[in-house]
Ligand binder design. Structure first.
Ligand code: BTN
Length: 247
């Protein structure tokens, strides 16, 4: 458990490969890592692009019980684990933007894509993480020039994706085991210590619906609560949602 590391030079997407391995019965906590993805995926059907060797690209296979499989915390721990490692190992001020972005000084440095399925009736969740480690400014596409960063751009020391794999894998194990023990409060405290969402004015887009308001809290289910302009409290569940910070 949380022992097997499957490393590939190049894959389509580590999330796809991880799901294939899950079907073949590999143990929980197994991680698939690569230096390059030819079809890396982001949330909401977007591509996730990273030049060879610049990023930590990994997917962890989880086999949660059915109740835990439904919890948004399962995906939120991805951001918490990565932000903690960037803070404690790299000494950079990383923050999580609900539900899945990790940012440094307002620029995205990592994203999390959790994909659930059922294999022989049992839930499997593949937790995919893409962390920009060594990109230079010219290695981001022009449309991301203002909004993306890498550890190299944000800090002074140069890191390699390989050095950060073990710390991230270890953090995620810890956080996942807290969830298995039902210790959501502990995980939530850890989220809060790296959160940059609560208190902000936000716009939330869910399908055709647009809400504006202030983010007030994240609850035990991992939902974000917004107080809208009319003073109504609204629950936003993690999923196909886009969140923008205002001002
Ligand atoms: C996002 O912010 O949109 C999520 C990005 C997730 C990217 C990672 S890279 C490793 C894993 N494999 C994929 O195809 N996607 C995730």
């Amino acid at each position: 458990m949380w022992r097997d590391l499957l490393r590939y030079a190049e894959v389509t997407s580590t999330n796809d490969l991880a799901r294939d391995h899950a079907r073949r019965g590999v143990a929980e906590g197994t991680v698939v890592v690569t230096g390059y993805q030819t079809a890396g995926r982001g949330r909401q059907g977007r591509e996730w692009l990273a030049p060879p060797g610049t990023s930590l690209l990994m997917s962890i296979i989880l086999r949660p019980n059915p109740a835990l499989a439904r919890s948004a915390w399962l995906t939120l721990i991805g951001g918490v684990g990565v932000a903690e490692v960037i803070g404690e190992v790299c000494d950079l001020p990383a923050r999580v933007k609900w539900p899945n972005d990790v940012r440094i000084d307002g620029r995205k440095v990592a994203g999390v894509l959790a994909e659930g399925s059922r294999i022989e009736g049992a839930p499997v969740v593949v937790l995919g993480i893409g962390l920009n480690v060594a990109q230079t400014a010219d290695q981001f596409p022009p449309e991301l020039a203002e909004t993306a960063t890498s550890l190299r751009l944000a800090g002074e020391r140069e890191w390699t994706p390989r050095e950060l794999l073990q710390p991230v894998w270890q953090r995620l194990r810890e956080l996942y085991e807290e969830l298995q023990r039902d210790a959501v409060a502990t995980v939530r405290r850890r989220w809060e210590s790296v959160d940059e969402t609560v208190g902000r004015l936000v716009t939330v887009e869910v399908g055709e619906t647009l809400w504006r308001g202030r983010a007030t809290r994240i609850d035990d289910h991992g939902s974000l609560w917004i107080e809208d302009e009319a003073g109504e409290l609204r629950e936003v569940t993690a999923g196909e949602v886009t969140l923008r910070f205002e001002a």
